[in-house]
Design a protein around this ligand. Structure first.
Ligand code: IPD
Ligand code: CA
Ligand code: CA
Ligand code: CA
Length: 268
């Protein structure tokens, strides 16, 4: 394992311990609302602090972009940047719905190189290194062999943050309910993407994501043989927050159903 990935795994497991401990005392959790449907707890913050402590200790000169504390001063000058979601699926966590994860990615000059997504509830560790494949707990993973959208199980998330997009989204959703085997909204984008990487889902789409929701999951899918794009079929997913992903065959069919529903606000 590349030394940076070893450090990222250590950081993710530390955060996992913080989150698992807190999950046994949900009744004393303080929840703050950042914006409608976007919550933060002291657990998100403690998990983020634990991750940053491990990364800073090993790589003090690296830049950091983290959901709860923003971009570090080093980010401007460093060729390396860590992209961190300390608790992806906060709403699930608050409700004791066991589908949430820690997501950590490392980019070099904007290119994703290392990825970790850790599900502390199931002790499932997803990792990927650019050019070296993707793994689930040391087992090599690949996207599913499904080729037809009709047979595909597709993951998604709702665009509540960018409500302008809701009509376009609902158009996609309506079409896809009729053209797929099923649609799931598990509630943690980093895990949804990792599930595409290991074949539990055959495709995924969401609008209005943040870089920390998808950085690690995107590399995971690419290293597992899947395809990822924005709604236009291009590579601007990190910039636009709109992402479509899937097995090589399902991806194209998914994009074909989604594209006619793009509007001025979703166009990217
Ligand atoms: C959220 C989850 C969710 C997605 C939201 C994200 P958070 O992340 O990934 O699945 O639909 O757009 O904000 O806020 O729980 O880290
Ligand atoms: Ca959040
Ligand atoms: Ca997130
Ligand atoms: Ca989060």
């Amino acid at each position: 394992m590349h030394p940076t990935l070893t450090i990222a795994v250590k950081a993710a497991r530390r955060a996992g311990t913080v989150i698992n401990r807190a999950s046994m005392q949900l009744d004393i959790l303080t929840v703050q609302t950042k914006s409608p449907n976007d919550f933060v707890t002291e657990v998100d913050q403690a998990a983020e602090a634990a991750i940053i402590e491990v990364l800073r200790d090993a790589y003090p000169e690296h830049g950091i972009l983290a959901e709860e504390s923003g971009e570090s001063a080093e980010s401007a000058n460093s060729e390396y940047q860590w992209i961190i979601d300390p608790l992806d699926g906060t709403t699930n966590f608050i409700h004791g719905f066991p589908q949430y994860a820690i997501s950590i990615a490392l980019a070099k000059n904007g290119v994703l190189e290392q990825a970790v997504v850790y599900d502390p509830t199931r002790n499932e560790l997803f990792t990927a290194t650019k050019g070296r494949g993707a793994f689930l707990n040391d087992r090599r993973i690949r996207v599913s062999k499904r080729t037809r959208l009709n047979d595909a199980l597709i993951g998604t998330g709702f665009p509540y943050r960018e409500f302008d997009n809701i009509d376009a989204y609902l158009g996609m959703f309506k079409d896809l309910t009729q053209k797929t085997a099923g649609i799931r909204r598990p509630g943690a984008a980093a895990l949804d993407l990792s599930y595409v990487a290991c074949g539990r889902l055959d495709g995924f789409w969401e609008m209005g994501l943040q870089p920390w929701d998808m950085a690690a999951g995107v590399l995971m899918i690419q290293e597992a043989g899947g395809l990822v794009s924005d709604l236009a079929g291009e590579a601007a997913y990190m910039e636009t927050g709109n992402v479509v992903a899937g097995t090589p065959k399902v991806f194209g069919q998914l994009l074909q159903v989604i594209q006619p529903h793009r509007t001025a606000s979703t166009r990217a």
